[in-house]
Design a protein around this ligand. Sequence first.
Ligand code: MN
Ligand code: MN
Length: 474
Amino acid sequence: MANKANQEKKNAKSKELKEKLFIKRRNTAKIFTEAEQKKADKFCDGYKAFLDLAKTEREAVQQAVTELEKAGFSLFEAGKKYKAGDKIYTVNRGKSVIAAIIGKESLDKGVNLLASHIDSPRLDLKQRPLYEDGELAYFKTHYYGGIKKYQWTAVPLALHGVVIKSDLSEVKINIGEDDSDPVFAVTDLLPHLAEEQYKRPANKLIKGEELNILIGSRPFREDDGSELVKLNIMKLLNEKYGIIEADLLSAELEAVPAFKARDIGFDRSLIGSYGQDDRVCAYTTLKALLDLKKTPQKTAVVVLTDKEEVGSDGNTGLKSAYMKFFLADLAEMQSVALRTLLSNSRCLSADVNAAFDPTFPDVTEKLNVAYINYGVALTKYTGSRGKAGTSDASAEFTAEIRKLFDDNKIAWQTGELGKVDMGGGGTVAMFLANLNIDTIDVGVPVLSMHAPMEITAKNDVYEAYRAFGAFINS
Ligand code: MN
Ligand code: MN
C-alpha cells in the first residue's frame, strides 16, 4: 500500500514538472469554448465567400478594394499629408494591393507589415491558345506555379481573366462559375489504354503539352472547309465578347477549378477549396486590418502581392520595388528616411505551410511539422537543402512573436516544410528581410497544397486572423 501511494506521489511530481517544463500543444477543437467555436465557424463563412469570388489575383484585388472602400479606406495620393487613423490603399496594375492605417507613432519607428500572396497555381492560356484537332476545339495552356499535372485532368475548369483588344479596351472574362455556365476540362487517357502511360515517371504522367483544355466540338455548319470547329468557337467568342483570335495574344486567361469552397467532413471542421494558398492569408490579414478597432501605435500595412508562385519576379511580385516605393512615399510624408522606416519595421510573411498528412507521414518530421487544428504555424525558416533560399528569422524576433502570441492566447505551433533534404520551398519572407525588415513566416497548415482542392481547418484559419490582428495591434 505504502509503495503504491509513494508511486502516485512520484507520478504527480513528474506530471507537475512536465506541465512546467515541456512545450504545451493543444488541439483547438478541445480548448475553444463553444462560443469561440461558433465564432471561428462563422468567420470561415465569410472566408469561403471570398474564395469563390477571388479565384485570380485580379479578382482578389477587386474583392479587397470593395471591402476597403466599404470600410472607409481611400485611394492613396503620394504627396498628400495623412494623419494617425487615416486609412489608405493603393493598387499596382490590378494585380497587387497595399492597404494601410496610419499609426500614432512616427514612421521612423517602422511599420507593422503583413504580406501574403494572391496568385495560385493554375493553367494559363498560351498566347496563341486556340486550335482544332480531330474535329474538337482546344486551348493550349502553360501551367503556372508548381502543380502535379495529373491532378488537373478530368476536373471541371472555369476560365477567368482579361483580354485587351487592339483598341486597348478591356474585356473581362469569367465563365464556368455560374451553375448555368459551361465548364471546360483537360482530358485524360482511359485506364484500359494507359499501359504505356503508366510506365512514365509520375511527374510526366501528364506532360505539360498534354494539358490541353477541351472547349467545343460542333463545326460551323454552312461550309465544308477546314478548321470549322475552331471557326465556330471563334464566332461564339466574337459574338459574346467582341474579340477576334489576335486579341488573345494580349490576354491573361487563367483556367482554375470550377467548383466552390465547401465544408469538408461530417463535423464540417475543414474547408476544401481551390486557391487557399495563399488567399487564406490574404483574407485573414486583410480582415485583421479591416476589423482594427482603434488607431494602432505603429502604422499597419497589409500587402497582397502577385507572382509568389513563380518566384516573385515581375513588377507585381514582391521582388519588384512597388512596395518599397509606397513605403518611401509614406516616409517622405513625415520627412523620415526610407532606410530608417525599413530598418525599424517588422513583418509577418503570411503564407501557408504543409500540414501533417497521416497517409504520407514519411515526408515530414513529427516534432516540427504543423498539425491540422493546432493553430497558426510559426516558421522560423523555409528553403531547401542547407536552408538555401531562406531569411531565417532571428531568435530575438522569433521570441518577440512567440511572446505576442502567448500574451494574446493565440493557438500556435511551429511548422517546418518537410524533412531535411526531402524537398522544400520558400515564401516572400526573404524579399522583405532583404530590405532589412525583421521578418518571420506565419500561416495556416494546408493538406493537398497546390492541388485543385486544398484543405485547411476552420480553427486554424480563425487563429491566423487573430494572430495577424494581435500583430498589427502591437
Ligand atoms: Mn504560398
Ligand atoms: Mn504555393
